[in-house]
Write a protein that binds this ligand. Structure first.
Ligand code: 0O2
Length: 242
């Protein structure tokens, strides 16, 4: 890399890093707001990373693009990447919807690998968005890739990623087949966990209704007792006895 290119790349990296910070803060606020309103945390955890120079070079070569800063900015959508891990599939769509409604975030593309899994079994929800980074003399929109997935999807993807690199993309057929089978188990597990959670939520809601009803009953009984006592006193005063 020439000196000017190196300097240009340092500046670009500073912008990508700032974009990650901006999105991380927005996500934290969304999560806190949601928690306060629904007593429930849709985000398990968040990780973020800047793509390594080796990975950027590989991707540019794979796509047949030039190896320079301009080309990276134009063609590599995931230099800055955020991964959001949720408990349930429904949370993924909830989070994606909240992100897309943020006024200064622009959604560029969406790839729903949950509705349409990759042939190898990969599932996840991908969004390429731009976020404004405010500098002293200008504002620049920076691209960030957001991957949203469940804990189970993440487990599968991280193992598959390791296997992919170990065999340089040519894993033996039986391993690929087993991974595909595991991805079906992941979908089954996510569906099962979601339905158990929905049942538990329904149960909690029912319990709250019953608690409120119990408290109302207790209040009514107290009120009745008081009224009876008062009526008794009045009868005594009027000379009717107890
Ligand atoms: P790394 O090492 O994670 O950075 P685009 O980015 O849109 O120009 P691409 O790469 O086809 O083109 O986009 P896509 O399909 O949205 O994938 C982007 C990222 O998703 C990948 O980045 C992976 O992180 C993840 N991903 C996609 N497919 C798979 C898969 O089959 N298995 C696993 N484990 N992860 C996947 P990189 O740059 O490929 O890799």
């Amino acid at each position: 890399m020439l000196y000017n290119e190196a300097e240009e790349w340092s500046q670009a990296l500073m912008l990508y890093d700032a974009a990650l910070k901006e999105i991380n803060t927005k996500l934290e606020i969304l999560n806190n707001e949601f928690k306060l309103a629904h007593q429930y945390n849709p985000i398990e955890h968040i990780t973020s990373r800047l793509k390594t120079p080796q990975s950027i070079t590989k991707k540019l070569r794979r796509y047949g693009h030039d190896l320079n800063v301009e080309s990276i900015i134009e063609h590599i959508n995931d230099v800055a990447g955020i991964r959001i891990i949720c408990s349930f599939t429904s949370d993924i769509y909830r989070i994606a919807d909240l992100i897309s409604k943020l006024s200064d975030i622009k959604v560029i593309t969406i790839k729903d690998y949950i509705a349409n899994p990759k042939p190898n079994g990969y599932t996840s929800y991908h969004m390429i968005v731009t976020v404004p980074v405010y500098l002293s003399n200008m504002t620049i929109d920076i691209k960030v890739e957001i991957q949203i997935r469940t804990i189970a999807m993440d487990f599968w993807a991280s193992l598959e990623h390791k296997i992919y690199y170990k065999f340089e993309g040519n894993a033996p057929e039986h391993i690929r087949k087993e991974l595909k089978e595991c991805s079906e188990l992941v979908s089954y597990l996510d569906e099962k966990m979601l339905s158990i959670n929905e049942e538990v939520q329904g149960y909690s809601a029912q319990q709250s209704i019953e608690t409120i009803a119990d408290e109302e009953d207790k209040k009514d009984t107290k009120k009745n007792k008081k009224e009876k006592k008062k009526a008794g006193k009045n009868r005594m005063l009027l000379g009717f006895g107890a």
